[in-house]
Design a protein around this ligand. Structure first.
Ligand SMILES: [Zn+2]
Length: 424
């Protein structure tokens, strides 16, 4: 169906975007076919009544199996996950739950998600069913199961446990059979894995395993995203073929050079570190240890993001959804944290969450900016997000592949909202 979005102010998602008035966006068969200041005739008109329109957000770091509700994120174990997935009915319930979270991402204004650790082949199944029109949800770049090592991050839950290089290769082949879009590996531990102060990012995966996994993934045509939360971990990751560093840590000159040499990118995820580092312990239920390590990770992530920006290394944004207090409707908060802690520039936050994310994910020809021939993936908001980033909090319209969702309704958890709003 052909229609024109008129009477809007366009923010195109590019690095130098300025509000563009007086233009209409012509959409046909899900794509942007024209951006024009001519009078619209003989096409259905959708009057946006002077609202702002910008590209749909891209969330580069999503885990679908989890709501982000603090009580739901008490640690799952291998046994409980195996049990859930071994019965047809419980597996279907998990699938439905994940599909609903994907839908929530879309309704909140996120038109593309990249999953980085899921259960079995559920992420790619949801992706395929959205593409077939059986489910409502965003574009999904799916990793399905990740690769970890025994005792490593998410081992046995969202990730297989590689014993050595040969078993890493076997698991990459196994994940490949589920038709993912990328491979996720877990190189270091996380805040909740750490047993000692100062070592939230303890290296768990050997250089040999990282190397074998990346080599096999690249042979099969996949990029590799790696969970890394320490300086040594980032170095090992980049030396052995990882394409995107998820989270990050303080970077030295040698690491900056490695990023450039390998054309790697950083995915900044401030959202999961905020509750651990900044919330009152009575709210986050953090121990002294987790709060201390949460701060180490928070500072590492912010510092890595700044260093990469200063050195022209690509920085993407993701939320690490499903971590405690990180819900599927709060991608806009990652942009707010970026402006608060990394760079006080709303334009840049929007650029990184749209076009730069698309470039890192390799989908910039398809989405990420408002340009002719791209998919019509847009959000419409009431106020100018260049002046106030919270304008992104509640889109009045979401358009995905040309399909219009007016006044999307989201059920938000009140006390989580209240706690998070204290951090704006
Ligand atoms: Zn994650």
């Amino acid at each position: 169906m052909k229609y024109a979005l008129t009477n809007c102010i366009i923010l195109n998602g590019k690095k130098d975007m300025e509000p563009l008035k007086g233009y209409s966006i012509i959409v046909d068969d899900g794509k942007i076919v024209e951006i024009t200041n001519k009078k619209i005739e003989n096409i259905k008109v959708i009057n946006l009544e002077n609202r702002y329109v910008l590209p749909g957000l891209i969330n580069m770091h999503v885990h679908l199996p989890g709501s982000g509700m603090p009580k739901d994120t008490s640690r799952q174990n291998k046994e409980s996950v195996d049990k859930l997935l071994s019965h047809k009915l419980t597996r279907y319930i998990v699938y439905k739950m994940c599909a609903n979270f994907a839908k929530t991402e879309l309704l909140s204004g996120v038109t593309t998600i990249r999953t980085v650790g899921g259960l079995a082949n559920i992420d790619s199944t949801i992706r395929d069913n959205i593409n077939k029109g059986k489910l409502l949800g965003p574009r999904i770049l799916a990793s399905n199961m990740a690769l970890s090592v025994p005792g490593g991050h998410m081992a046995g839950v969202l990730a297989y446990e590689a014993l050595d290089s040969a078993s890493a290769i076997d698991y990459i082949n196994k994940i490949s059979e589920t038709k993912p879009d990328l491979i996720k590996i877990m190189i270091t531990g996380g805040v909740l894995d750490a047993k000692k102060k100062g070592e939230p990012g303890e290296v768990k995966m050997s250089a040999e395993i990282i190397n074998a996994a990346c080599k096999r993934a690249h042979e099969l045509g996949y990029k590799v995203a790696a969970h890394v939360e320490s300086t040594l971990g980032v170095k090992l990751a980049l030396e052995n073929g990882v394409d995107t560093i998820e989270h990050g840590a303080k970077l030295d000159k040698e690491i900056v050079d490695l990023f450039k040499k390998h054309n790697a990118s950083l995915i900044t995820t401030i959202s999961p570190s905020i509750p651990l580092a900044k919330f009152d312990k009575s709210v986050s239920k953090a121990t002294d240890l987790t709060q201390y390590n949460g701060n180490v990770v928070f500072e590492g992530i912010v510092s890595a993001s700044k260093t990469c920006l200063e050195n022209d290394i690509k920085v993407g944004l993701g939320t690490d959804t499903a971590c405690p207090f990180v819900t599927h409707y709060d991608t806009w908060r990652e942009l707010a944290y970026f402006t608060k802690y990394v760079k006080n520039d709303n334009r840049e936050a929007i650029y990184h969450a749209t076009l730069e994310n698309a470039i890192i994910a390799g989908i910039e020809k398809e989405t990420g900016s408002i340009d002719v021939s791209k998919s019509c993936d847009l959000i419409v908001v009431e106020k100018n997000p260049l002046d106030d980033i919270t304008a992104l909090r509640k889109p009045s319209m979401v358009i995905y592949k040309g399909k219009i969702i007016k006044k999307p309704k989201l059920k938000k958890i009140k006390y989580v909202e209240e706690e998070l709003d204290k951090q704006l």
